[in-house]
Design a protein around this ligand. Sequence first.
Ligand SMILES: Nc1ncnc2c1ncn2[C@@H]1O[C@H](COP(=O)(O)OP(=O)(O)O)[C@@H](O)[C@H]1O
Ligand SMILES: [Mg+2]
Length: 258
Amino acid sequence: MEAANAADAVLEVEGLTKRFESGDQIIEAVRDVSLTLSRGEFTAVMGPSGSGKSTLLHLVAGLTRPDAGRVRIEGTDIFALSDYRRTVFRRERVGLIFQAFNLIPSLTAEENILLPLLLGKRDPVADEVERLISCLGLNDVRRRRPDSMSGGEQQRVAIARALATGPSLILADEPTGSLDTINGRKLCETFRRLCGGGRTAVLMVTHNPAVAFFAERIVFMRDGRVVCRVERREFPSVQDLSRYYVSLLESEPQEVAR
Ligand SMILES: Nc1ncnc2c1ncn2[C@@H]1O[C@H](COP(=O)(O)OP(=O)(O)O)[C@@H](O)[C@H]1O
Ligand SMILES: [Mg+2]
């Protein structure tokens, strides 16, 4: 795909690099990663454990500062903002679906979902909140607190909370990890619907080819690098995508794909 023109780009990542020191070792978790997401685009990131996927998402979310490179969200260089302004910016524009659900234990499911809207002093779009609660199958738990919900229910509440603000960019790290197949599919369909509206872009990490198959583009990471990018329509079936992924994992590390 052609690089999106800047006006259409929700996310522009350029030369992003992050190193961690661990004892006397330096781990390059993310190495010179560049990618662009236009409005309405749904991209999946696949890669083995330890390939840097979560670190990439934390960098893009502005939760971790890179050693090099830049992240622009709707044209704003997020690391040029003060910590406070970056936090507000994130709350207003970015929906985070990370592996820690971080629900507030004393609030019900519904209150957790509405919290970011209240913090941002924004009126909930009641229809959209109801739609999310219903699409994500949360009607029965809306008045319950997290400690009386299953892991999958908690994950779905965290998802509804991330989506209720109508973010421009959704960052999701293995969002179907605690979900059964049907709820996983519903979530992917929700991502598609939001992207189809043309306002939102989704960057989603997954190990699961059946989940990645919902995306339009798939970026493969290995050892901190993007090694390959494909259009999902190149693959007739999930099995084809799955075979391709396995062959990438089994091949020798490749040159960096740009
Ligand atoms: N906070 C950290 N401190 C030290 N090393 C880290 C930290 N976070 C991630 N790493 C290392 O960076 C590499 C990439 O990790 P991660 O981004 O979690 O990969 P993935 O999500 O693809 O499994 C791994 O080698 C991991 O051990
Ligand atoms: Mg991870």
